[in-house]
Design a protein around this ligand. Structure first.
Ligand SMILES: C=CC1=C(C)c2cc3[nH]c(cc4nc(cc5[nH]c(cc1n2)c(C)c5CCC(=O)O)C(CCC(=O)O)=C4C)c(C)c3C=C
Ligand SMILES: [Fe+2]
Ligand SMILES: [Fe+2]
Length: 366
């Protein structure tokens, strides 16, 4: 059969608008056994590794899948929670909170779900469930503020692949990026300011983004420029001078050159330069995960302290920060034009926000 079976049709079923939050995916357990299928699916994606298929098949199946699952499992074990993988825990909570936030602002029937590009819950199964529940309009909202072919585009590929097999297709919208959306920048700023209010300020704020191979920039992927723009807007919003922050790229995979400067090398250099306190933040990760909790908060810390650094702080990702949930809601609404009717007065809300911000600033100045 070429097409998926249609859910039973009933006249008068209320049509809904759906929002699907898509994150990368994570293993089912912190074990080599669970890592293997996850890494196989992830690293078999031609958007992720672009070398010729036959060559890559040999490397992946002959070397990587025999060595990496065990090593990565040990890293996942160090960050695993009683509720499971942090990436899934946070993404699931974000979807629930987003539904609550939108519920107060939107009159139309709405469904908010999350899916993972690799592993479970899959994009196709979740889209099928949303359609069966009556969603005939769906917005795909990737968890990545900066567009990259290896993250954003492949999430869309998964949605399109499901549409290809679907007879009665819902309307689909994709949200390409929100790297410079004022609400996203505001949420990042609020999250960092909250942290500094509790723990004091660093000598240097290091903004670390997930890396991608350097050749993707040369071939036209806008990811590098979008990370730079987020970094610039964030440094301006925080009022940082050039010497007070750095922007770097982490998680290099394989032997090819990736976007530079590298996070690990920069942290080691900062330690050697005698920088006393470094705070690391990862603006491109909207949920904490292996790459932030293990690579930055554990490995990065060790590298900085081993080379002479005195104090290291990792500032948590946006996760469930109320400003982030509000930002997700605003970003979603910006992309739902004509699909839902809003019951809130955005301008009045913005005015109230500015007033309370000014009040807080005045209080801080006293
Ligand atoms: C910001 C979004 C991401 C981009 C762009 C991205 C590109 C990219 N990643 C790899 C290889 C790996 N990444 C891994 C984990 C991982 N990557 C992202 C996000 C982006 N990746 C996240 C959120 C995570 C964490 C997932 C979690 O479960 O917590 C891994 C798996 C872990 C490991 O074994 O190291 C690999 C592998 C490549 C090759 C790439 C671009 C080409
Ligand atoms: Fe990655
Ligand atoms: Fe650039």
């Amino acid at each position: 059969m070429k097409y998926l079976k249609e859910p039973d049709y009933s006249h008068g079923q209320q049509s809904k608008t759906g929002i699907l939050l898509v994150n990368l995916g994570t293993p089912e357990a912190p074990t080599a056994k669970a890592l293997r299928p996850y890494l196989k699916e992830f690293l078999s994606d031609p958007r992720v590794v672009e070398i010729p298929r036959a060559v890559w098949w040999l490397i992946l199946n002959g070397i990587i899948l025999n060595t990496r699952p065990k090593k990565s499992a040990a890293k996942y074990a160090a960050i695993w929670t009683t509720d499971g993988s942090p990436l899934r825990v946070h993404t699931e909570k974000q979807a629930k909170l987003l539904k609550g936030w939108l519920g107060e602002k939107v009159a139309s029937p709405l469904m908010v779900e999350y899916a993972m590009r690799y592993g479970k819950p899959s994009v196709s199964a979740t889209l099928a469930r949303m359609k069966a529940a009556g969603c005939d309009r769906i917005l795909i909202l990737p968890s990545y503020p900066q567009y990259a072919a290896s993250s954003t585009a492949t999430a869309f590929d998964a949605a399109y692949a499901w549409l290809l097999k679907t007879r009665n297709q819902p309307a689909l919208r994709t949200l390409k990026h929100y790297h410079d959306h004022p609400a996203y920048i505001h949420a990042l700023t609020a999250n960092i300011r909250d942290y500094w209010q509790m723990h004091g300020r660093p000598d240097v704020l290091l903004m670390s983004f997930h890396g991608v191979p350097r050749y993707t920039l040369d071939k036209g992927d806008p990811y590098h420029c979008e990370c730079q723009k987020t970094g610039r807007l964030l440094s301006e919003a925080l009022g940082l001078e050039p010497g007070q922050f750095r922007l770097t790229f982490q998680s290099r995979f394989g032997r090819a050159e990736w976007l530079q400067p590298y996070t690990d090398k920069t942290l080691e250099a900062l330690g050697r330069e005698g920088v006393g306190r470094v705070d690391v933040v990862a603006p491109g990760f909207t949920a904490d995960c292996l790459e932030t909790l293990e690579e930055l908060a554990m490995e990065g810390r060790a590298g900085f302290l081993a080379t002479g650094g005195k104090e290291f702080h990792y500032i948590p990702a946006l996760n469930e920060h109320p400003q982030w949930i509000a930002a997700l809601g605003q970003i979603a609404l910006d992309n739902l034009g004509g699909w839902v009717s809003e019951t809130w007065d955005r301008d009045a809300d913005e005015q109230a926000r500015q007033t309370s911000k000014n009040l807080a600033l005045n209080l801080a100045r006293r």
